[in-house]
Design a protein around this ligand. Structure first.
Ligand SMILES: *Cc1c(COP(=O)(O)O)cnc(C)c1O
Length: 389
């Protein structure tokens, strides 16, 4: 039988056809009025997509490049920072801030959990230059309370830097209302295009901190980028085709709400949340345990396989039988969980297809007692309730 390849990974995510066409047609030079017009349009769209009046910059790198920029530009060697970590991407903040000579305090929670605000509050010190955290920890599929942490920092000199790489487009982040100084996004996540671009919003408070920060930076010099990008230029050759693709994707997201990108962003978040909820309901109906039941992410769902079974076998079987690509657990979670994505260009029928495939896998590969339709029916209930006018 024909099997279409379907990405269900939390980055890279499925590509939007309109973005692919725009990328294929992007045969333009970056030092031209054509590119400047495109770039300024996309930067303006990104501000709406992120939901901020702050500057938004676009960098040619994967998400980690913007994470690095948010450390190298803001901190100096010896600066004290606080990292909130409960997964592989939180650990990346620890490694990155250490690599740039910061003295790193950590609030750590076990994989699958989120932070207790009282613990964060107790760990906070006035000398903390910045707090680094994830909005959505993709390795465990947990959503963290950015608003709560922002509230703890209100009125202090400490900056809040949020890796929103899978949080943007899947959960509400009121950047200006809550006072989030830096929010980072990546192209291969909710915005439906290939890897290679990162974007970040930067508050006035963060720009001010950069005036005195002393860490080395060259390619990722945000103040240089700010000067250039204000004129529709980039310091170095940008990933032109990806910029064109991003513009088309943001047009599409706006088009989902009659051309209003702000409403389109909200609709995209709802879409991810409903698909995530339907997926969780379907998997629980099949007898699976959710790895992160308490504060699940809208970006992805992490599923534990029954004791003694290997999650890699599920990932392999989905690929072999249905050409459906999911992600195994990372690090110590490998073999124990697998992850399925909802961020970006997924619709409800994708969710139904995934759960239909999971019914076969649960029965044939894991030997669970399955009545065909039980996972799909649970998802249909969620969908029906969520879409009832
Ligand atoms: C994907 C992802 C990143 C960035 O990884 P890159 O491979 O550098 O694009 C960072 N943080 C989170 C939470 C992610 O999901």
């Amino acid at each position: 039988m024909i099997r279409k390849t379907r990405l269900f990974t939390p980055g890279p995510t499925p590509l939007l056809p309109a973005a692919q066409f725009a990328m294929a047609a992007a045969d333009i030079h970056h030092r031209t009025p054509e590119f400047r017009a495109l770039f300024l349009k996309v930067l303006a769209q990104l501000k709406v997509f992120v939901g901020t009046q702050n500057d938004v910059l676009l960098l040619s790198c994967s998400g980690t490049g913007a994470m690095e920029a948010s450390v190298s530009n803001i901190t100096s060697p010896g600066d004290r920072v606080l990292v909130l970590t409960a997964g592989k991407f939180g650990e990346r903040w620890v490694d990155l801030t250490k690599a740039f000579g910061c003295v790193v305090d950590v609030v750590e929670k076990p994989y699958g959990q989120t932070f207790d605000l009282a613990e964060v509050k107790a760990a906070l010190k006035p000398e903390h230059k910045a707090v680094y955290m994830q909005a959505s920890e993709t390795s465990t599929a947990v959503s963290h309370d950015v608003e709560g942490v922002a509230r703890l920092l209100a009125g202090t000199d400490t900056l809040l830097v949020v890796d929103g790489i899978t949080g943007l487009g899947t959960q509400t982040i009121d950047v200006d209302g809550w006072g989030v100084d830096v929010v980072i996004g990546g192209s291969q996540k909710a915005v439906m295009i290939p890897p290679g671009l990162a974007y970040l919003s930067v508050s006035e408070k963060a720009w001010k901190a950069m005036e005195t920060s002393k860490n080395a930076r060259y390619y990722f010099d945000l103040r240089k980028e700010r000067k250039n990008q204000g004129k529709g230029e980039t310091a170095y050759t940008p990933a032109v085709a990806l910029v064109a693709g991003l513009g088309a994707a943001l047009d599409y997201i706006a088009g989902q709400a009659g051309g209003d990108l702000e409403k389109g962003r909200i609709a995209l978040i709802d879409n991810a949340q409903v698909n995530a909820k339907a997926t969780r309901a379907g998997l629980v109906a099949l007898g699976f345990r959710l790895f992160a039941p308490v504060s699940p992410s809208g970006a992805a769902t992490a599923v534990a396989v029954p004791e003694g079974m290997d999650s890699g076998a599920v990932v392999k079987a989905l690929k072999a039988k249905f050409s459906l690509v999911t992600a195994n657990g990372q690090g110590s979670m490998q073999g124990k969980i697998f992850r399925v994505a909802h961020l970006g260009f997924f619709d409800y029928l994708d969710t139904v297809a995934f759960l239909g495939a999971m019914e076969h896998i649960a029965k044939d590969v894991l030997g669970l007692p399955v009545t065909y339709g039980q996972a799909v029916a649970a998802a249909q209930d969620v969908y029906a309730k969520a879409t009832k006018a």
